[in-house]
Each structure stands twice: as structure tokens, then as C-alpha cells.
Design a protein around this ligand. Structure first.
Ligand code: MTE
Length: 327
């Protein structure tokens, strides 16, 4: 049976943050994948502010699934989490399939260990990180909304660490202005990569200050477990204020570069997919509106928020920029 978060997370009564934290035993947090110490959990609280953590103490979600109780936690806007099953069975991962409901099956058994990520380019100390090195960074939980450019969305409890910590290890040089990410190229195991229509490997990019922003996460897990192959195991990017396609999966290369990288989607359809891809309800995709979205599991549509609801934290990155021209 697929476990929901309620099987792995403690139920905490709506108390003051400190008391709530004190009641959580560290071993209850991440039973399989990682072990968060109480100190690290405090770090999460500090980094994210009280709102996310208090969200964890919110009321029971309205309509639990029939067999598994819904996770009672909420995101910073008070929205319930999507279930583990929803998050792991409806996926965009073109290396496997363009059919979201087939990705999980096709990705089953995809080998994600051993794994290496080469971090280099314009840095003082280029380095190859093994998966075990990446798991040595303090891992935190971040409950983020994911808004796909196709106008559906989910709320996902990721586990991971801020990308800026990894970048600090390699010491970016002054000339570095962008970060370029690359997905593994393994056509024998990824049937979609045998389709020459797409310019594989999948590539994405961020401006260096976006990459160094506190919200930008390298995810290694979700719902307290290791990432599933379909969600981008063993390492994927999560940039919650941008359309989901920026959140590149199965990363094997990260390079600091001087020029703006060309992403796979920019190469495919430059008039539809720009470099920035900030969630913006006012700028329609050429083929559909971005004003509203369908939250997976909900009936009807809800308004899309500027920067996916993270404007307060990130709008300052774009001061003075024309967000229509830089879509
Ligand atoms: N990364 C790679 N390598 N290949 C992809 O096809 N799809 C992107 C992004 N990362 C994609 C990718 C898109 S369009 C979205 S919406 C998210 O992954 C979906 O992430 P999820 O399946 O974990 O929800």
C-alpha cells in the first residue's frame, strides 16, 4: 500500500512553535531516507519562518482519501498537501514519456545509485559530488506549491537543501552570472530520449542570484522518503516561484557560466518558453491563459498568484525588469 504522510509524520496539536517542535521526536521525521536532528528542524523553522511550521499544526484536511488519512499539514497559504500518491503518479518527465500517467511505471527500476553530479565551470574549486556527499548537507523539509506551465498545480513536502550551499562549496568566480543544469543522458533506460525530436539532454538555467536565493532547493526526497525516479531521483531542482519546467530532474551537471544558458524548452519553442518562466497570471502562454490553475485533487479552478504566491520573497530579484518581455 502507498503510505501517506500521516504514516510517517507525527500529529502535533496546534501549539506554540517551540512546544510543537519539542514534541516532535527526530526519528519520527524521516524514517527511511534521512535523519533530521532537532537542531536541523529548528533550522527549518528559522529559515522558513513560523508560518510553514505552524501550517504543520493546522486542522485536519477536509476530505481524507478513503483508505489513507490525509496529511493534516498545510502550506504557508493554508492549502492542504497533495497526497504521496498524487505526487508520484502524475508526472512530467519527457525522458520517459509525454503521458503523465505512464511516467511512474516506465521510470520504475531506473538506476539512481551510484550517482555523481559534476559542479564546475566558472568556479574556484570544481568538484564531483557523489550522492552520499549531497546527503551530507543538512536536509530540511520545505512545503512548496508546484505550478506547471500547463496550468495544474500541487502542494509538495520536499526534503532537500538550498542550492546556495552547494554553490558556496565550489566558490563561484566573479565572472559567473548564470547556472546551467543538465539531466542525465541515458537513452537505453529512458525511452523518451530515443525520440530525436527533443534536443536531449534536458537543460535548464537560473541567474546566479536566483540560484542563490534561499527558496531555491535541491531536492533529495519528498514526504520524508527518498525521491522516486518519476519525481527526479536522486537529485532535482525545485524553484517554487517559477513554472515547473525550470525544476529539472535527475541532475548530473551544474555549471557556473557567463552567458544565459539555452534551456531545452527555449530551444524547442522560444516564443512559448522563456528563460525566466516566473509564474505570472497576467502573461498568457500563447496557447492558453495562465490566470487560473487546476489544483490536482480539487474540483474547479483557482486563481494563479504572481510568482506562485512567493512574491514577497522573490519579487525584489526582478526590480526594474519588464516581466512581459522577460517571460
Ligand atoms: N526535468 C526533466 N529532466 N525532464 C522533464 O520532462 N519536466 C518538468 C520538470 N522537470 C521535466 C523535468 C515539468 S514540465 C514539470 S511540471 C515538473 O518537472 C514536474 O515535476 P513532478 O513530476 O515531480 O511533479
Amino acid at each position: 500500500m502507498i503510505l501517506s504522510g500521516s504514516d510517517t509524520w507525527p500529529r502535533v496539536a496546534p501549539l506554540a512553535k517551540e512546544r510543537a517542535l519539542a514534541q516532535i521526536h527526530p526519528s519520527e521525521i524521516t524514517p527511511e531516507h534521512l535523519y533530521l536532528s532537532r537542531r536541523q528542524l529548528m533550522g527549518v523553522a528559522g529559515a522558513l519562518g513560523a508560518s510553514l511550521l505552524l501550517g504543520a499544526c493546522g486542522p485536519q484536511a477536509a476530505s481524507p482519501a478513503p483508505e489513507v488519512a490525509a496529511d493534516p499539514r498545510r502550506d504557508d497559504l493554508g492549502d492542504p498537501l497533495n497526497s504521496f500518491e498524487q505526487i508520484t503518479s502524475y508526472n512530467n518527465y519527457y525522458e520517459f514519456s509525454t503521458d503523465k500517467q505512464r511516467v511512474a511505471r516506465l521510470a520504475q527500476g531506473f538506476q539512481t545509485s551510484p550517482w555523481e553530479v559534476a559542479v564546475g565551470g566558472l568556479v574556484r574549486s570544481p568538484r564531483v559530488f557523489g550522492l552520499e556527499d549531497l546527503l551530507r548537507f543538512d536536509q530540511e523539509e520545505r512545503i512548496y506549491r508546484l505550478r506547471c506551465v500547463e496550468a495544474w498545480s500541487m502542494v509538495i513536502p520536499w526534503i532537500g537543501f538550498p542550492l546556495r550551499r552547494l554553490l558556496a562549496e565550489v566558490e563561484p568566480l566573479a565572472a559567473a552570472r548564470y547556472v546551467r543544469f543538465e539531466t542525465v543522458l541515458r537513452p537505453a533506460a529512458m525511452p523518451g530520449q530515443r525520440d530525436r525530436f527533443y534536443p536531449w539532454p534536458y537543460v535548464e538555467g537560473l541567474r546566479l542570484d536566483e540560484a542563490q536565493h534561499e527558496l531555491t532547493l535541491l531536492a533529495t526526497g519528498l514526504y520524508g522518503k527518498a525521491l522516486t525516479p518519476q519525481n527526479g531521483a536522486p537529485l532535482r531542482l525545485v524553484v517554487p516561484w517559477k513554472y515547473g519546467f525550470k525544476s529539472i530532474k535527475a541532475i548530473v551537471r551544474i555549471d557556473l557560466v557567463e552567458q544565459m544558458p539555452t534551456s531545452l524548452w527555449m530551444a524547442m519553442a522560444p516564443n512559448e518558453y522563456g528563460f525566466y518562466a516566473n509564474v505570472n497570471p497576467e502573461v498568457a502562454h500563447p496557447r492558453w491563459s495562465q490566470a487560473t490553475e487546476r489544483r490536482i485533487g480539487e474540483v474547479g479552478r483557482r486563481p494563479t498568484l504572481p510568482f506562485n504566491g512567493y512574491a514577497e520573497q522573490v519579487a525584489g530579484l526582478y526590480t526594474g525588469m519588464d516581466l512581459r518581455a522577460n517571460y
